[in-house]
Design a protein around this ligand. Structure first.
Ligand code: NAD
Ligand code: MG
Length: 500
């Protein structure tokens, strides 16, 4: 079996304890590689390396253009490995090769480039309004890196999440310690190999493989870390925010969701039915902004559901390395148990199982769950309130649009959502009433490196991607330059002097 090493201070290394953990292919349940289990000591070494690299100015003192040049070497190395990365991602996380080769890897690599290019253009100098009363001064903002950043990422889109943490932190002049999820460390380690090939200065980029409770805790509490950026569950987000409080770190959080898909009476049902299914069953529902509550008007309910049943039949579960397969397993046995547990909860709560609900009979191995749809769901059931993170859709029937919007907003989450309608201005008006960070109109899931992504309410703090996301990796410094140049006119000094 492949034995991988982590990346600290420009070198690949084992854990100081020598301990390793196997990472498993969720479709076959077979181990595919051994990775080090980092200790607190390893985490400290990585943090200290990132601190030294930041404080030396070797990276933060470089011009954005030179940093971009170095990062484009990483991009080139990623590009060269694109097919290998697609296979690695599929095997480690249980994604289909269809998805990783069409989406996760090419789009992730493209996001890396776009974020570097966008970050390079963020001006360090921001003018402020001219002040000439009661004093004359020139004021401006200098945008500066924050310092040492920690990126803690989940297992659902391992490569994409690694890119979203790495490219913004580094182009803005920070140094980074990245911690992938224990179940899916391999593409983050491949990113480290690309960084090594690109000759980034040692310590600028580090990858630690290890548990959230050990490595994650050290990253969130270390006084040497200036910012922690986490993508994960809301429970972990809450915990990390508390851990970060003692050292008053900057925190950005991308957390869970229970996003609404609102279908209107005038929707194009070819687009809306497939959109609702794509919104839920893409990556077996393991997407934070999945549209897991689908609101369907009573007037078109029967037709919508009949079409939905027909289209679910076109989702194909199977060998994830077969390009024909369109849905893979969930990531682990633990996740499988969570999902099947929620299916039981839904039945007990009185929702009607419309389709799915079981592990597929034709697959002997792997953590697969059939695409599952519940109808007769009310918005106060647990299956409509809690994030399941698996292929389970709750369909909620509604009579009028206002009640659909009210139910959509009746959630502790506020990450994504969609409106399907032929009336685009009307749909935009409804989108503005949804309390979520992203709303798609007649579409789902398309995130774009140039547009901000993040959550309202308990779905998160701050934004990733786009100019808004890049600024989350900067500090704002106000510089005031006195232009009075005449002691006699500087009357405010006399607040403390009496020269009479
Ligand atoms: P998780 O919260 O269990 O883990 C996320 C990361 O946090 C992992 O690297 C984990 O090791 C680490 N971690 C766990 N406990 C920690 C602790 N005590 N201190 C520090 N770090 C700790 O999440 P997951 O199960 O890997 O991923 C699924 C969750 O992520 C879902 O809730 C999903 O909605 C969310 N998610 C959100 C987004 C988004 O952008 N909003 C994207 C993807 C996933
Ligand atoms: Mg794995």
């Amino acid at each position: 079996m492949d034995r991988k090493r982590m990346f600290i201070d420009g070198r690949f290394c084992d854990s100081e304890s020598g301990e390793t953990r196997a990472t498993v292919n969720p479709a076959t349940e077979e181990p595919i590689a051994e990775v080090p289990v980092a200790t607190v000591g390893d985490a400290r070494r990585a943090i200290e390396a990132a601190r030294r690299a930041f404080d030396s100015g070797v990276w933060s003192g470089m011009s954005p253009a030179d940093r971009a040049k170095a990062l484009m070497r990483v991009f080139a190395a990623l590009k060269e490995r694109e097919p290998d990365l697609a296979e690695l991602e599929a095997r480690d996380g249980g994604s289909t090769i269809r998805k990783t080769s069409m989406m996760d890897i090419p789009v992730g690599i493209e996001h890396f480039r776009l974020l570097v290019e966008l970050g390079e253009k963020v001006p360090a100098y921001e003018p402020l309004p001219w002040v000439d009363f009661p004093f004359v001064s020139w004021n401006f903002v200098n945008r500066e890196p924050i310092g040492v950043c920690a990126g803690i990422i989940p297992w659902n889109f391992p490569f994409m999440m690694a890119v979203w943490k790495t490219a913004p932190a580094l182009i803005m002049g920070n140094t980074l310690v990245l911690k992938p999820a224990s179940d899916t460390p391999l593409t983050a380690l491949a990113l480290a190999e690309c960084a090594a090939e690109a000759d980034l200065p040692p310590g600028v980029f580090n990858v630690l493989t290890g548990s959230g409770s050990v490595v994650g805790t050290e990253l969130a509490t270390s006084p040497l870390v200036d910012k922690v950026a986490l993508t994960g569950s809301t429970a972990t987000g809450r915990h990390v925010m508390r851990l970060a409080a003692d050292t008053v770190k900057k925190v950005t959080l991308e957390l869970g969701g229970k996003s609404p898909t609102i279908v209107l009476e005038d929707a194009d049902l070819d687009i809306a039915v497939d959109g609702a299914l794509f919104g839920t069953f893409f990556h077996a529902g393991q997407v934070c902004e999945s549209g897991t509550r689908c609101f369907v008007p009573a007037s078109i309910y029967d037709e919508f559901m009949a079409r939905l049943r027909e289209r679910v039949g076109h989702i194909k579960l199977g060998d994830t390395l077969d390009f024909e397969t369109t849905m893979g397993p969930v990531v682990s046995k633990a996740q499988l148990e969570t999902v099947t547990g929620y299916i039981d909860v839904g039945k007990k709560e009185g929702a009607r199982l419309f389709c799915g609900g079981c592990r597929p009979g034709h697959l002997a191995k792997g953590f697969f769950v059939e695409p599952t749809v519940f109808e007769g769901v009310s918005n106060d059931m647990r299956i409509a309130r809690e994030e399941i993170f698996g292929p389970v859709l709750s369909v909620i029937r509604y009579e009028d649009v206002d009640s659909a919007i009210a139910m959509a907003n009746d959630s502790v989450y506020g990450l994504g959502g969609a409106v399907f309608s032929r009336d685009v201005p009307g749909a935009i008006a409804l989108a503005k009433r949804l309390r979520t960070g992203t709303v798609w109109i007649n579409d789902y899931h398309l995130l774009n490196a140039l547009a901000p992504f993040g959550g309202y309410k308990q779905s998160g703090v701050g934004r990733e991607l786009g100019p808004h996301g890049l600024l989350e990796y900067t500090q704002v410094k106000h510089i005031h330059v006195d232009l009075t140049n005449d002691r006699k006119k500087k009357f405010w000094y006399d607040y403390i002097f009496n020269d009479e």
